[in-house]
Design a protein around this ligand. Structure first.
Ligand SMILES: Cc1cc2nc3c(=O)[nH]c(=O)nc-3n(C[C@H](O)[C@H](O)[C@H](O)COP(=O)(O)OP(=O)(O)OC[C@H]3O[C@@H](n4cnc5c(N)ncnc54)[C@H](O)[C@@H]3O)c2cc1C
Length: 283
């Protein structure tokens, strides 16, 4: 599968901060394998607990020190203005120039939402505190955020994040390219000109993907679900089929003008590299 738009493409790869030494060693290897692809940046997710937050910071600083930009995710959950101010300062001191600003989800049992209710408030605060020092990415939902009352209200929220100063959107993953193209068309109609980068979730297993998709509101189309279910425990068959489906999705997105691809790597390099190879982009 080759494309004529090769040179226009940019990639970013998302990691979660490792919890164990073994996880850290794996991530170091995955990072070195994906760094060869010369992505625009690596991003690192952000959890609600204090120790998870420290791990995001450490992971971001380690990645940045290896030469390719790292973008921390930052969420509103349990955050105060004071601690966000301190985190921003730490990142500035370490030369970090990109942030993925989110609301986050309240873990069960956690009662305090923090001082920011929605991501647009966090984006405004970052701009107010640090001017244009950071390039800010925000989440976009071509298939509509699960808590939004309808697509119209959800889109209004996306507009608020852009108005607050977001420089780019990264979408929740999806397997319906049309949802992405409709979302991008709507942005154009509303005068939103920032790049909307599709988030890509490689398919490597079924049960976990299904559970996760239920939670985050990503639709697995019936035909795809049925085919994946049909493979049962045959992991190799799931992976082979998943690779084919996601490679074709990426090809469709690129041909349709997507400005880049953001891969949810789940701290694995092989599925993402296999897709890039199919697209003719692997270096
Ligand atoms: C690229 C990407 C990366 C992510 N990384 C992380 C991560 O690192 N850590 C993590 O915990 N989660 C992460 N998430 C998940 C994200 O935190 C959840 O999807 C969360 O539920 C919403 O976050 P948001 O920033 O999109 O929220 P928001 O943009 O604030 O929207 C949340 C909901 O509130 C609604 N809403 C917004 N403003 C208003 C208003 N004024 N009145 C009423 N309703 C409103 C929206 O329509 C939506 O339904 C990520 C998601 C994506 C797409």
């Amino acid at each position: 599968m080759q494309t004529s738009k090769q040179s226009a493409q940019s990639f970013s790869f998302e990691f979660y901060p490792p919890k164990t030494e073994e996880g850290a060693a794996n991530l170091a290897l995955v990072h070195s394998q994906l760094a060869r692809q010369q992505p625009d940046f690596f991003s690192v997710t952000f959890g609600a607990g204090g120790s998870t937050r420290d791990k995001t910071f450490q992971t971001v600083v380690d990645i940045q020190a290896k030469g390719i930009a790292a973008a921390p995710h930052l969420s509103c959950v349990a955050s105060t203005k004071e601690n966000i101010r301190a985190i921003l300062k730490d990142y500035q001191e370490h030369g970090i120039a990109k942030i993925v600003a989110l609301r986050g989800d309240l873990p069960s049992g956690m009662m305090s939402a923090g001082e920011f209710r929605y991501a647009n408030e966090l984006v405004s605060f970052i701009r107010q505190e640090t001017g244009d020092d950071f390039q800010i990415h925000v989440a976009a939902y071509p298939e509509v955020h699960p808590q939004a009352p309808n697509a119209h209200e959800d889109f209004k929220n996306f507009q608020r994040k852009v108005a607050a100063g977001a420089n780019a959107g990264i979408t929740q993953y999806f397997y319906n390219a049309e949802a992405y193209f409709y979302f991008v068309d709507k942005c154009e109609q509303q005068g939103i000109t920032i790049p909307i980068v599709p988030g890509i979730m490689p398919i490597t297993q079924y049960a976990q993907l299904f559970r996760f998709s239920e939670m985050c509101g990503a639709d697995i189309p019936r035909w795809l679900r049925k085919r994946l279910e049909g493979f049962g425990d045959d992991r190799e068959a799931v992976q082979g089929f998943g690779l084919d489906v996601v490679s074709k999705l990426c090809q469709q997105l690129i041909s349709g003008g997507a400005p880049g691809l953001h891969f949810y790597t789940m701290n694995q390099s092989a599925p993402t590299l296999a897709i890039l190879r199919n697209l003719g982009y692997a270096k």
